[in-house]
Design a binder for this molecule. Structure first.
Ligand SMILES: [Zn+2]
Length: 248
């Protein structure tokens, strides 16, 4: 079992590295998606504003037609004023002219206001268009950079996958099953050291008999508190010392 545990430690190290790559991959993708979502929102806003602008412009053109009509009526009435026979009719036409004049003034004022609104809306849409273009460019640049990063991540994952497959071949199915089960429930960490009588995963003190069993390394022992598989910390220390000696 001691050997199996050593293999498991190796496997876990590979798996944890792989987890890091997977997290980096997710973060990268998430960031890109977020940027794209933001861009899409701006594009939608712009479309809404543009259709509003079209409506205002249509309203202005209607008002311009109205103004011409009123002005025409106004000048007709003024002409009429020079041709009327009675004072009564003169007064009536004069009143009409007064009403039309007011209507001309009011429509002109409305047109002025509409021109201001159109100008402000156009300024705002051009500003948005510029922002969209800038964002699009920066997203493209970021995507290119991300693509390179993503390639490296995928390459890293692939390499680790091969190492993982090799490591898995050296561990028994029963132990692997347990390892995978605990890993899925303990945030990727299925295996922890037992040191100075306690579990290094949850820091609970281990029953003395259990700690002795871990030291012996003859059976698969799990922590009663966090359920992780336990190995004796000195086994790892020995291993590292051996590795260091081999590398030196
Ligand atoms: Zn524990």
């Amino acid at each position: 079992m001691r050997e199996q545990l050593a293999k498991l430690r190796e496997l876990q190290e590979i798996d944890l590295q792989k987890d890091e790559f997977e997290t980096a991959k997710k973060e990268l993708q998430g960031h890109l998606d977020e940027n794209k979502g933001f861009l899409q929102k701006l594009v939608d806003d712009l479309e809404t504003q543009k259709s509003e602008l079209d409506e205002i412009k249509a309203l202005r053109s209607q008002k311009q037609t109205d103004l011409r009509d009123i002005q025409e009526q106004h000048s007709k009435r003024r002409k009429r004023l020079t041709q009327v026979g009675s004072t009564k009719e003169y007064n009536a036409v004069e009143k009409e002219i007064e009403v039309l004049k007011k209507s001309v003034e009011q429509t002109e004022e409305e047109l002025l206001h509409l021109a201001e609104v159109i100008e402000a809306t156009q300024a705002s849409t051009s500003e948005k268009e510029e922002k969209i273009n800038q964002l699009r460019e920066s997203i493209e640049a970021e995507e290119t950079a991300s693509h390179t990063q993503m390639k490296e991540i995928m390459k890293g994952i692939e390499t680790l996958q091969k190492r993982e497959d090799d490591a898995r071949d050296t561990v028994s199915k029963r132990v692997l099953y347990k390892y995978d089960f605990i890993r899925s429930r303990r945030d990727g960490q299925a295996l922890v050291a037992a040191k100075d009588g306690h579990c290094e995963g949850c820091f609970m003190a281990l029953p003395a008999q259990l700690y002795i069993e871990v030291q012996r390394g003859e059976a698969l022992v799990t922590c009663p508190s966090c359920q992780r598989i336990l190995y004796f910390w000195e086994d790892e220390a020995d291993n590292q010392a051996e590795q260091a000696a081999a590398e030196a």
